[in-house]
Design a protein around this ligand. Structure first.
Ligand SMILES: C[S@@+](CC[C@H](N)C(=O)[O-])C[C@H]1O[C@@H](n2cnc3c(N)ncnc32)[C@H](O)[C@@H]1O
Length: 187
C-alpha cells in the first residue's frame, strides 16, 4: 500500500467496519479510556467517525462532563447523531464539524483523544498547535495510531512534532499492535 493510500481519509461508507461488536471484543472503549477520562471532564475527541468511542467517553465524563465529537465528514457526524438520538448521552455530546485545514474549535478541553486519525491529517504542526491552544494547563492528550498505516519512523516523527508544539511526552502505553502515546500540556 502506498503512503498516499495509507494516509487517505477513511470514507464514511466504511463506518460499519469501525463501529461493530467484533471490534468491541479487542478494543473495548471503556477499558481503553477509563484511566484517562474522569467525571466532569470536557473531552475533545478528534476524528470521532461514527462514534465507536464517543458514548463511552460521555459515560465516563458523567452528567457534569461533555464531549466535543469532532470530525471532518458530516456523514460520519450524521451516523453519530443517529446513534445517540434519544439516549442519555445526547445532551453530553456535541458533534462538531472540523475544517479541512483546521479543527475550527475555539472552546476549551481537559482531555484530547485521537484514535486512528492523526495519519490522515497532513499538516500536523498546525493541528497540534491548535490542540495545544484548546487544552487546559495540565490537560492530557492520548493518541493511538494503527500498526500497518503508520510505521515506527512516522510515529517517532509525529511525537517530535508534538513535543515541538510544547507538549510533554508522559508515556507510551502498551496497546499492541497499535502505537500509543500520552502527552501533557505543562503550563
Ligand atoms: C479511521 S477513522 C477512525 C474513527 C474513530 N476514531 C474510530 O476509531 O472509530 C478516522 C476518522 O478521522 C476523520 N478525519 C480525517 N481527517 C480529519 C481532520 N482533518 N479533522 C477531523 N477529522 C478527520 C475521518 O473523517 C474519519 O472519521
Amino acid at each position: 500500500m502506498s503512503k498516499k493510500d495509507r494516509n487517505r481519509v477513511c470514507p464514511a461508507e466504511l463506518a460499519g467496519g469501525l463501529d461493530n461488536k467484533i471490534r468491541r471484543l479487542f478494543q473495548n472503549p471503556v477499558k481503553i479510556l477509563k484511566p484517562y477520562v474522569k467525571e466532569g471532564m470536557n473531552v475533545f475527541e478528534l476524528g470521532c467517525g461514527p462514534g465507536f468511542f464517543t458514548p463511552a467517553i460521555a459515560g465516563l465524563a458523567g452528567n457534569a462532563g461533555s464531549v466535543i465529537a469532532a470530525d471532518l465528514q458530516e456523514k460520519m457526524l450524521d451516523i453519530l447523531r443517529d446513534k445517540i438520538r434519544n439516549t442519555e448521552f445526547e445532551k453530553r455530546i456535541t458533534p462538531h464539524k472540523c475544517g479541512k485545514n483546521s479543527i475550527d474549535y475555539h472552546g476549551g478541553a481537559d482531555f484530547v483523544f485521537a484514535f486512528y486519525v492523526i495519519h490522515e491529517i497532513p499538516d500536523k504542526e498546525r493541528l497540534f498547535t491548535e490542540l495545544y491552544s484548546i487544552l487546559s494547563g495540565g490537560g492530557r492528550m492520548l493518541i493511538i495510531e494503527p500498526p500497518f498505516h503508520v510505521t515506527g519512523e512516522e510515529f517517532r516523527k509525529m511525537t517530535d512534532i508534538i513535543t515541538g508544539c510544547g507538549f510533554r511526552l508522559i508515556k507510551q502505553p502498551r496497546m499492541f499492535p497499535n502505537k500509543a502515546v500520552l502527552f501533557e500540556k505543562t503550563v
